[in-house]
Design a binder for this molecule. Structure first.
Ligand SMILES: NC(=O)C1=CN([C@@H]2O[C@H](COP(=O)(O)OP(=O)(O)OC[C@H]3O[C@@H](n4cnc5c(N)ncnc54)[C@H](OP(=O)(O)O)[C@@H]3O)[C@@H](O)[C@H]2O)C=CC1
Ligand SMILES: CC(=O)[C@@H](O)[C@H](O)COP(=O)(O)O
Ligand SMILES: [Mn+2]
Length: 393
């Protein structure tokens, strides 16, 4: 069997390390050709020793120097590239056929687009690139003929629930949301939510930005936008249900009332492996089986926009269209960073996104540069508003 040649963008993060765990279990199936990381060069050095990629990329020149200091004479010596250009090069290496896009945030936009432009099969974890430029990326993928395969757990679930069904029979997609760590809290308690509390996701172990997004429910808003483009359905046909156990990963409701769901223990190695091996066969991952009797009950609730207003801003951005979702995403990134730095309270995140969206006049997204410019505008708008509202002294 020929091995699938892969590049992993964001190899040192939560998704990247889970992907390498999958790949490491099936060395006869996968060859790691390229790895792109940011600043965690010690983790990258260990990955280089374990997987021997031909090319790697790090965030900056200082990281490249640090990496070279970590790799001894007996270690593999890959070519080392730097910065966004380096990550884009890793995304488009000629011999690579599958690229896992798992850089966090808008930093993933250019490398993800580079993979699509180069006609690679893209496993998409970096939801922000779909939020910034979903319509553009899907059209570009159609042109280059390589699919964008969802890795985000809800979208992977929907992708799996659509297999064998007629697209015209879909009535709506139902995205499940854990509700995050503040799900049961009243408004006063939410107001006082600290970064440490927001970072305690009830079911998933993930990077900081997405974990805070889960706590505000902005993650679900971003996922609605992601689903809108991945599955080409309008926002009216995409809904959210809170499901605290994160066992039902999402559902598709068909016109006859039948609902097809995908279930599993919350472990990203499942969706990652599904994309890596698509169109199959599936890999025997050896993960703990889902034990429904042990769980006993599964719960479902309506989301509450009064306590968690962020996700409705994503719907509003979709209705506005053009650059509005990119502005929302940029504002969210800035506000989450400010919250994690202790500069603003938890509700300031949704308030800043709301301000940025209101202040923005949407334009069409005709290129990746348009999308990045809008995301940067959202970031500046949120930062400016937050500084005026919350800076001390
Ligand atoms: N974690 C999860 O379970 C899920 C994640 N996702 C999505 O996947 C993406 C990754 O999330 P997650 O793995 O949790 O995030 P992490 O914060 O754990 O990892 C982020 C990765 O991106 C790299 N990175 C960050 N900035 C840059 C940059 N400027 N240039 C190059 N590399 C960079 C980091 O490098 P370094 O660490 O070396 O600095 C790291 O490898 C996000 O878009 C998230 O929304 C979607 C569904 C589930
Ligand atoms: C694992 C994954 O896909 C995350 O996006 C997860 O869904 C976040 O949890 P929430 O449901 O709390 O947003
Ligand atoms: Mn998700």
């Amino acid at each position: 069997m020929t091995r699938r040649k892969i590049s992993i963008l964001g190899s040192t993060g939560s998704i990247g390390t889970s992907a390498l765990d999958v790949v490491g279990r099936f060395p006869d199936r996968f060859e790691v050709v390229g790895l792109a990381a940011g600043g965690r060069v010690d983790v990258l050095a260990a990955q280089i020793r374990a997987f021997q990629p031909k090319v790697v990329s790090v965030g900056d020149e200082a990281g490249a120097r640090a990496l070279s200091g970590l790799l001894g004479a007996g270690d593999p010596q890959p070519e080392v590239l730097v910065g966004s250009r380096g990550a884009c090069a890793i995304a488009s290496l000629p011999e690579v056929d599958f690229v896992l896009a798992a850089i966090a945030g808008s930093a993933g936009m250019l490398p993800t687009a580079a993979a699509v432009d180069a006609g690679k099969v893209v496993g998409l974890a970096n939801k922000e690139s779909m939020v910034l430029a979903g319509e553009y990326l899907m059209a570009q993928a159609k042109r280059t003929g390589a699919p964008i395969l969802p890795v985000d757990s809800e979208h992977s679930a929907i992708f799996q629930c659509l297999v064998g069904h007629n697209r015209d029979d879909v009535r709506r997609l139902v995205l499940t949301a854990s509700g995050g760590p503040c799900r049961t809290w009243d408004a006063d308690r939410i107001e006082a939510c600290t970064p440490a509390e927001a970072l305690k996701h009830p079911n998933w172990s993930m990077g900081a930005k997405i974990t805070v997004d889960s706590a505000t429910l902005m993650n679900k808003g971003l996922e609605v936008i992601e689903a809108r483009w991945l599955f080409d359905l309008p926002p009216e046909q995409i809904s959210i249900v809170v499901h605290p156990e994160s066992v039902v990963h999402s559902m598709v409701e068909y016109v006859d009332g039948s609902v097809v769901a995908q279930l599993g223990t919350p472990d990203m190695r499942g969706p990652i492996a599904y994309a890596l091996t698509w169109p199959g066969p599936r890999l025997p991952l050896g993960l703990p089986p889902l034990d429904l009797p042990a769980l006993g009950k599964l719960a479902f609730e309506e989301p509450d926009p009064r306590r968690f207003p962020a996700y409705e801003l994503a719907y509003e951005a979709l209705r506005i269209g053009g650059t509005a979702p990119a502005v929302v995403s940029g504002a969210d990134e800035a506000a989450v960073a400010a919250f994690l730095a202790g500069k603003i309270p938890f509700p300031g995140i949704a308030a800043a996104i709301s301000h940025a969206l209101e202040a923005h006049s949407a334009r069409p997204v005709a290129s990746v540069d348009d999308a990045i410019a809008a995301s940067d505008e959202g970031r500046r708008s949120a930062d400016g508003w937050l500084a005026g509202r919350f800076s001390k002294g």
